[in-house]
Design a protein around this ligand. Structure first.
Ligand code: B16
Ligand code: MG
Length: 211
């Protein structure tokens, strides 16, 4: 029933939370800002600058736009170094087998990620040329919950939003899919917000809902 399936990257295809955490932690420590894994969870699906604004909620003082750019750039340099640790071994058998099965069923497969590092991460995972289209932080002006990243992904594969299913691990991502006129499947933490068309216990459950 779906012509295309659009996957969020971080938290759905792979898990980069720990690298985001380590890189943000370094910036937060330098600025003497309290930062922990619970705050890190709020950064899921949120753009880099918006993530920094959330971290700055606990900062006593003001920061110029130039300084904000300096610290987010520094975070990204550390994050990119950490991403070099990723390899095809970080792609689970379950995810790879499910993607292959969905393709076999005839679905087009696309990525819809807020990350500007999506292409690099996909290469590290050995998925550099696997997807029919990649829509990411480099081709959007508004990030999730704005639907732009998913609307563009649908355009890139030449399908109508109503014929697309979005797979997401973040509330902002489910909201983006719904705002874009798409059905969505929640996995992980996103299940508890009750917004999705489908709630998945595990990635391979996708085969049941797309069948
Ligand atoms: P970058 P997704 C999102 O990716 C991450 O979940 C979020 O934590 C991150 O801040 C955002 O990408 C931007 O990433 O700094 O690499 O451009 O979940 O939309 O695939
Ligand atoms: Mg995500």
């Amino acid at each position: 029933r779906y012509r295309a399936i659009i996957f969020d990257l971080d938290g759905v295809i792979c898990h980069t939370d720990k690298y985001h955490y380590m890189a943000w932690k370094q910036v937060a420590d330098e600025l003497h800002i309290y930062f922990d894994e619970t705050i890190n969870n709020r950064l899921r699906g949120v753009s880099r600058m918006e993530s920094f604004e959330i971290i700055l909620e606990r900062y006593d003082g003001t920061m110029s736009q130039e300084e904000k750019i300096k610290y987010t750039t520094q975070k990204n340099e550390v994050y990119k170094e950490l991403l070099k640790n990723m390899s095809p071994a970080d792609l689970s058998d379950e995810v790879k087998e499910t993607l292959d099965a969905l393709r076999e069923q005839g679905h087009k497969l696309a990525i819809g990620s807020s990350s500007k590092n999506a292409g690099f991460i996909l290469n590290q995972l050995g998925l550099g040329d696997y997807f029919d289209a990649v829509s990411d932080g480099n081709n959007i002006t508004n990030s999730k919950p704005d639907p732009e990243v998913f609307v563009k992904a649908a355009q890139f594969v030449g399908e109508n939003p109503k014929d697309c299913l979005v797979v997401e691990d973040a509330k902002a991502g489910l909201e983006a899919a719904i705002a874009g006129g798409m059905e969505c499947a929640a996995i992980g933490d996103a299940v508890s917000c009750g917004l999705a068309t489908w709630n998945l216990n595990t990635f391979s459950d996708l085969k049941k809902v797309t069948g």
